[in-house]
Ligand binder design. Structure first.
Ligand SMILES: NC(=O)c1ccc[n+]([C@@H]2O[C@H](COP(=O)([O-])OP(=O)(O)OC[C@H]3O[C@@H](n4cnc5c(N)ncnc54)[C@H](O)[C@@H]3O)[C@@H](O)[C@H]2O)c1
Ligand SMILES: O=C(O)C(=O)C[C@@H](O)[C@H](O)[C@H](O)COP(=O)(O)O
Ligand SMILES: [Zn+2]
Length: 334
């Protein structure tokens, strides 16, 4: 399957094909220096099989987990590129989940003010969400994605076969971003969660989610307004993720917590909770409201004492409402 993200001069293809990892050379110019970045939890053969297709391939492996989205790991990769004398004509390939993709993308956006960047996502979250749209970032002092850029990949190559080795918790975690997209934009995607099978219907879930993200990003690449809907559940979700030091709960699990605060109708909330039960995920986590409130003020959708909150009143449709931060504090306490 091929989807084209139409972003004027920044447009790119998304190729989704079982077994495509063996043929990256058919889609990417590998006759140059290529730095393949992955993390220690991703099966090494995924990265080495791509390095083997390169004229001059290098491999950089980072520790797994959120701690790799950090200035220190960012610096290590930049120093490696410098040492290997990478030029502006060379490229970076990210093979992994959202951590590797966000980190590698921010390196690609920064090194020499930008070199080619290719995403080869290997988790449900990165295949569904993080590999497209161009949001790249690292964390700072446990605040999520506070240093970053909008930097689009040249191509995204998705091989669903790589998901066969993904641990179940991470498999489910990534699907929550697709459930989010069903709630804010595509009711048929939501229905797949309610009535479908998250294993048998996976290719369809990924494809529908990619079309949601493509449609939204093409209309508002730099998140001036519409794209904020893709942040549904993240205002409180990111704050809780930071509250637990980016370690106790995974990103999607925290988004699941955050979404429930802004689903207006009880019957829809009940249907979402039933899906959480089906996925085996929690609906909430204990926290100190004042501490979470303080973290929530770091949200990039805040301005002049308010924050753009995404709400769902009907399945498949999101609304953006500016709320006073004080109102959100009351909500957190309630
Ligand atoms: N840029 C965006 O638009 C965007 C969107 C959503 C989330 N994110 C970010 O993505 C990150 C979460 O990404 P994630 O859920 O992919 O986590 P992750 O990148 O940490 O990967 C999850 C775990 O699975 C392992 N792994 C990866 N692929 C594997 C495979 N095929 N087989 C076996 N193990 C594998 C990794 O080593 C890691 O331990 C968060 O930092 C979140 O903020 C970014
Ligand atoms: O693509 C977007 O826009 C999103 O908001 C997708 C989110 O799922 C993702 O977690 C993103 O990284 C969050 O963006 P941020 O601007 O809140 O850091
Ligand atoms: Zn997210």
């Amino acid at each position: 399957m091929k989807i084209h993200v139409d972003l004027k001069e920044n447009g790119y293809d998304i190729i989704m094909e079982h077994g495509v990892l063996a043929n990256v050379k058919d889609y990417v110019d590998l006759n140059r220096k290529v730095m393949v970045i992955t993390d220690e939890g991703v099966p090494l053969e995924y990265a080495t099989s791509v390095v083997a297709q390169c004229a001059e391939g290098y491999l950089h492996v980072v520790p797994q987990g959120e701690d790799s989205k950090s200035l220190s790991v960012f610096k290590e990769i930049c120093e490696d590129l410098l040492e290997q004398q990478f030029s502006r004509k060379d490229c970076i390939i990210a093979i992994g989940g959202g951590v590797v993709g966000d980190l590698s993308g921010y390196v690609a956006a920064s090194y020499m003010r930008g070199i080619d960047f290719i995403q080869i996502p290997t988790t449900t979250l990165s295949q569904i969400d993080s590999s497209i749209g161009g949001k790249v970032a690292i964390n700072l002092d446990e605040v999520k994605n506070i240093i970053g850029a909008f930097y689009q990949p040249k191509i995204v190559i998705i091989d669903p076969d790589t998901l066969q080795t993904l641990p179940k918790r991470h498999y489910i975690n990534g699907l929550i971003e697709a459930l989010k997209e069903g709630l804010i934009y595509d009711e048929s995607l939501f229905n797949l969660f309610e009535a479908g099978d998250i294993y048998k219907d996976l290719d369809q879930i990924i494809e529908k989610a990619l079309y949601v993200k493509k449609d939204v990003v093409e209309k508002d690449e730099k998140e001036q307004h519409l794209r904020k809907i893709l942040n549904f559940g993240h205002t409180i979700g990111h704050a809780i993720e930071s509250y637990y030091h980016l370690s106790e709960y995974l990103h999607g699990e925290c988004v699941a917590f955050g979404m429930l605060y802004f689903i207006e109708k009880e019957d829809i909330k009940k249907r979402v909770l039933a899906i959480y039960d089906k996925l085996g995920i929690k609906a909430s986590a204990p926290y100190d409201p004042d501490t979470v409130y303080g973290l929530l003020c770091n949200d990039k959708k805040t301005a002049h004492g308010s924050v753009s909150i995404v709400k769902v009143k009907e399945i498949g449709k999101a609304e953006i409402q500016d709320m006073k931060l004080e109102e959100v504090r009351v909500l957190l306490k309630g």
